[in-house]
Design a protein around this ligand. Sequence first.
Ligand code: NAP
Length: 432
Amino acid sequence: MTGPLRVAVVGSGPAGLFCAQILTEDPERAVAVDVFERLPTPFGLVRYGVAPDHQKIKSIVASLAETFEAPGVRFLGNVTVGTDVTVEELRERYHAVILASGAPLDRRLGIPGDELTGVLAARNFVSWYSGHPDADFDPSVLAAETAMVVGVGNVALDVARMLVRTPDELRRTDVPEHVVDALAGHAVREVVVVGRRGPQFAKFTNKELLELAEVESADVLVDPADLAHASPATPAARRLLASLQKIADREPRGRDRRIRFLFDRTPIGFVGETAVRAARLARTGDPTVVEEVAAGLVLPAVGYRSAPPAGVPLDDDAGTVPHRDSRVVDANGEVGGLYVAGWAKRGPSGVIGTNRLCASETVAAVLEDAAALDPRVAVPVDDLLATRGVPVVDWTRWRLIEAAEAGLGAEHGRERVKLHDRKDMLAAARVH
Ligand code: NAP
């Protein structure tokens, strides 16, 4: 191999940026890493998934941003791999291509009534309050008095918490102004969080549960009967049950909003003419016991699926990119020079830090293969993108978007307010 090791990373969330960081860690190794991102903004789910009131988790942005201070690492934002440039074109131009494009699709419940107005994947709501430019969420659904969240993972808790945050709390975050306004005036008074199994199997973490229990604006209710027969098998499950028991034992504080947990209930259908008005929940273990619980908004938070660019194989059942030790495989075996990291590889699990170990495995595979890898086409990707008129947002231009968000924040007496319209982002970045 002559010259630096040239690597294209597809996706600028934690998985992709950890790969880029690890590649640059050895000062003896010459690398050129191009990080492609379909949005004009970096950081993936840290920007568009981590809840806005979790600023401490979001502070990882500072260390992820340092990735671009290393010589040889570039940000190519606003470039959709699969449309603006194909994976094959990248494979021709780089020694290795690492797919770190996450899991951008929702798992569906696939039950009757799933298609009713007001049944919307939690991601639609999360994307909207996070100011994602492609968010598809009509806030008129917040006219419902009761919302239901299906699933008991951390996303379910994020969504439930955001539905009861006060305008003051929201103004301390970077959510767009229209989101603050809609959440300030919405009608939702009760959020029912439904787990299909017993509380000992809840996927949310104790820390997130305790945080929810302390939310000022709402009572959090757990039915002691739901805890009565739970037998936790792990220390983590024991801690979770102890916290749920404490919540169940508390006297409600008379708040005008409440979050109510229901366990051992499997949603079997949603009821309504065109818009949802209730969910049918069957008792897990005794499906003959079915109850109808009113809900004018249903947000399933039941996990995500990958959607890799065209030409990349997908394991449809797992919703991930098939791989052998991070090397992408298709029906013919390993696809030379193509690797995978993050949720596209492991599925939607773990915390941000989990991606670092995952990335180190992927980079190890790249480095092990490096001697045998060789780009076939010398024409740089920049020429290809320029010919196609793709307005690339590089790191300097992203900084302009950041500055515009700080400016918007100052106008509203807030630290920062996110731009949520792609046109505004590109105008701030001065690309046309
Ligand atoms: P998750 O933790 O896998 O939870 C998914 C939930 O959906 C589970 O309770 C699951 O129940 C339920 N579910 C799945 N299919 C269902 C169905 N057909 N009917 C009813 N319920 C169903 O996923 P997540 O909440 O989307 O979170 C994804 C990852 O991001 C997790 O690793 C999470 O910890 C992480 N995350 C972390 C934070 C944080 O640290 N603050 C915040 C958000 C997300 P079963 O267990 O029965 O399958």
